[in-house]
Structure formats: C-alpha cells, structure tokens
Design a protein around this ligand. Structure first.
Ligand SMILES: Cc1cc2nc3c(=O)[nH]c(=O)nc-3n(C[C@H](O)[C@H](O)[C@H](O)COP(=O)(O)OP(=O)(O)OC[C@H]3O[C@@H](n4cnc5c(N)ncnc54)[C@H](O)[C@@H]3O)c2cc1C
Length: 433
C-alpha cells in the first residue's frame, strides 16, 4: 500500500523512498539496526500525530514512533515512522515538583530545566536518550536506587490512541492504559507528552576513577566493599573498557545525591586501590551527569546484551579483565537494590536482582555480528543470571517473556487487543510475542 496523500493531512515534512533526505531520516541512532519504513513523517505537533495515526489506520498501515532511535530494533520497517523531534516542550512546575515533557525531548534538556530549581528527573546514563521511549520501557536511572523506576514517577501521559483520539491518561482516568504505558512499551498508543515527578537534588557528587586493567582484582574488592553498605543515594557502577590500540582499563563510576564529605567517606576504599590514571570524582552540576559514564553522543553501531546478576560480581568482574575483551568494547556493572527492589506499579515490577551487567561491541564487516554475539555469550557464561531483563535492555529479537511474567503479558496483550485491534501502533518490541 502506498503512502500517497499523507502529506496532505499533516503540517510536518513527509519523506518517502526516492526523496532527498529519506535515507537519513529513516536511520536510527543505533546504526547497526536496519530500518526501512514506508515513509517518515517529521510531525509538527500532536495534531499531526493524530492525523498520521488516523490516516494509517484507515489504510491498514502501521505507525512506529521514535524519538532518537536509541532503542530501534528494525520493527519500524514497513511502517510509517513518526519522528517526534518537534514535540519539544519542557515545562517545569517547581511548586508541584513536576515537569511536562514533549515526546521529542531527550533527558539532557529535562535535567537542564529541572536543575534551575535544584530538582532532578530520573535519567539513565545518556543525556541523549529520549524521555518518552526510556520511560515507556521502565527507565533505569542513576537515581533508581533512591527513587525507583522512572515509569513509577509518571503522573500523566498525553497520547494519541490507535483510533486517532487524543487523550490525557492518568492512573485515575484509565488505569489499564496508564499501567501499560508505565513500562509496558509504546505499543498501545503514540505518546505526545509525559508528565513526570521531579525530586530534590541539593547536591551531586559524581565522577569516575580509572585504573589499568591489571588492578581489576583490587578495584573489584573495593567496589564490593563500598556496595555492601551503600546508601540508596549512592549509585555505583563498575566498567571494563577496551579502546582499539590501547591498554584495557577498569573504572568505577559513582553518583551520590548529597554532600561531598559523606560521599568521600563512602568512596574511601577506591583511594586505597592506588595507581589510578584518572580521577574525576567531585561536586558536579546536575546538568553534567551525562559526563560520568561518557556514553557516545553521535549515532553509533552497537550490539549489546544485558543480564541481571543474582550474586556477587567481584570474582567475575576481576576474571573478565584478565581475558581479552575483543571484539567487545566494554562491560558495565550497575548496583541495583534500594528503591528498585521495593514495590513498583510497573508491569516489570520490582527489580530484586542485586546487579545489572551490560556488555557491548560494534559488529564490523562480514562475520562481525557473529563474533560479537559469540563473545557476549562466553562473557555471561561465567556468572549466575536471573534470565529477566528490563524492557529498555531487551535486544532485537529477544522474547518479551524475558521482561514480563506470563500473567503480565496476558494483561498487556489484552489491553493491546482491546485498544488497538487492527495493530496500528507498532513498538520496538511487541507484547503479542
Ligand atoms: C547509549 C545508551 C545508553 C542507555 N542508557 C540507558 C539507561 O541508563 N537506562 C535505561 O533504562 N535505558 C538505557 N538505554 C536504553 C534506552 O532507554 C532505550 O533504548 C529507549 O527505548 C530509548 O528511547 P529513545 O526514545 O531514545 O529511543 P527510540 O528508539 O526513539 O524509541 C524506542 C522505542 O520507544 C517507543 N517510543 C519512543 N517514542 C515513542 C512515542 N512518542 N510514542 C510511542 N512509543 C514511543 C517505540 O517503541 C520506540 O521503538 C540506553 C541506550 C543507549 C543506546
């Protein structure tokens, strides 16, 4: 089915195959993902989103929405791809401690707007990740140990339903739809904006300490010592990095919501490791949080695997550093627990595993994908994992049964079939399997 006539119903730009700029507009942030939409609509406003959804529904087509393409899986192929960049509003209400965020906004802008009032949202490692896509997937934040899933901080969603109707959804107005959106993925409606709770952030002490990988055993011991008694305000990550042509490095990243004195005392075991080649720990503006993990900003090809670890990480992480990581570029371990292990209204529920591990590489040339996948397999063979993972960590082709229990999948599937019987809205991962 063609897409002729689509440009007559929207104010934004419509691009189809053969148009200059179509290839670039189709490309997701993750360049390893091939994505071939029928058309791309750079919507001008929420009215455009509604018009595209109605138009597609009447013609038996699907609509896939993307903010950045950080979470692309290829599922937008064959669909009308809605690019939300123009839905750009960020409105903070400091008295209510909330922010209304347009679906085109990435975390960096929310953090800038909230920091003016000494407030923070619940961003993940990269300021470039879209707020809507991240929150629809649950959203595992630097501050999750203190404040839980980002999706549990949602107060309302402004969406376009599969029939093109625009609705503001709260837990009171539509409990099923609200629940499905708060971590169940973007398959039940297209989001135009989200209202989130913000949290007080009187101070931030954060940064990373880096050592040659030869120190991995001592670093792992220090990491475990700190993690054993870490308060919820402290996020503690461990990383192993390989940069082409350079010696491998291990590092610890920390972000503490509070003052420098307490943070330095908590992190003292890092100083006793000795031999660090870089130490950026210090008081940091909330807007600089993205510098701590140093995630790539520009579009990058990446193949990753995440697992939730059920036991201690010290021996495993030290052993990883003793073996060549090639062709992977890095491994990151995040301490979970705290509020993440507490009650949650999200479809995922509480995150009881103590650690989250993420490893990634870039598939290069023929056989590159197989080589990265094979190394990822071997990497996780040596550690106990629960088999579950957050939706934002689910890779292309991985089953949603790794994220949601059968009972939750049954409820999500029922809501999807009721609200979108003709399958107009397409997400990165389908709850229908
Ligand atoms: C470098 C990097 C760092 C990351 N760090 C973290 C982290 O710390 N914590 C974490 O939890 N995750 C993290 N992620 C994963 C990230 O949260 C997910 O990939 C998320 O889906 C990205 O959202 P996005 O909007 O940027 O991406 P997109 O690819 O644009 O969107 C992903 C999916 O979300 C849905 N979606 C997006 N916008 C809409 C909309 N308007 N309406 C309906 N559905 C929509 C669609 O299903 C879409 O396919 C990271 C990913 C990368 C690449």
């Amino acid at each position: 089915m063609g897409v002729r006539g689509l440009d007559a119903v929207v104010r934004g730009r419509v691009l189809t195959g053969g148009d200059a700029g179509f290839e670039a507009a189709s490309r997701p942030w993750n360049l390893a993902v091939e994505q071939k939409p029928e058309a791309v609509v750079e919507v001008a406003d929420a009215g455009d989103v509604a018009a595209v959804v109605r138009w597609a529904g009447e013609r038996g087509l699907s609509v896939a929405a993307q903010t950045t393409g950080h979470g692309a899986t290829g599922s937008a192929s064959g669909a009308v791809l809605v690019r939300t960049a123009a839905l750009g509003g960020v409105e903070v209400d400091p008295a209510a401690r909330t922010v209304r965020v347009g679906a085109g906004v990435s975390w960096g802008r929310v953090q800038e707007a909230a920091a003016v009032y000494g407030l923070t949202g619940l961003p993940g490692s990269s300021p470039g990740v879209g707020v809507a896509g991240y929150t629809l997937g649950g959203g595992l934040s630097w501050f999750g140990r203190r404040h839980g899933w980002a999706a549990d901080a949602v107060r309302a969603w402004e969406v376009v339903c599969a029939d093109g109707e625009r609705v503001r959804v709260t837990a009171e107005s539509d409990a099923d739809l609200f629940w499905a959106l708060c971590g169940g993925g973007g398959e039940v409606a297209v989001v135009a904006a989200v209202e989130l709770e913000l949290f007080p952030a009187p101070g931030l002490f954060a940064g990373s300490v880096v050592w040659p990988a030869g120190r991995a055993a001592q670093v792992a011991a220090a990491y475990e010592e700190i993690a054993a008694d870490a308060p919820e305000e402290l996020a503690l990550w461990w990383s192993l990095h390989r940069f082409p042509g350079a010696e491998p490095l291990v590092s610890v990243q920390a972000a503490f919501l509070g003052g420098a004195g307490r943070a330095r005392a908590l992190l003292a075991p890092l100083a006793s490791v000795g031999g660090s080649v870089r130490d950026t720990l210090g008081e940091l503006a909330l807007t600089e949080l993205g510098s701590v993990s140093g995630d790539p900003v520009d579009p990058t090809p990446g193949l990753a695997r995440t697992e939730l670890l059920t036991g201690p990480v010290g021996e495993w992480s030290a052993a990883l550093a003793a073996e060549p990581l090639d062709p992977l570029f890095g491994v990151q371990v995040r301490q979970l627990g705290g509020a993440l292990a507490g009650p949650s209204g999200t479809p995922f529920g509480s995150l009881s595993e103590p650690f989250y591990a993420y490893a990634f590489g870039a598939p290069v040339g023929p056989g590159g994908e197989g080589a990265v996948r094979g190394r990822l397999e071997r990497l996780f063979a040596g550690v106990a994992v629960s088999g579950r993972k957050p939706l934002t960590a689910l890779g292309a082709g991985e089953p949603v049964g790794r994220v949601f229990s059968p009972r939750v999948l049954e409820r999500l599937g029922r809501i999807k079939r009721e609200r979108d019987p003709h399958g107009v809205v397409r997400a990165a991962h389908s709850v229908l399997g």
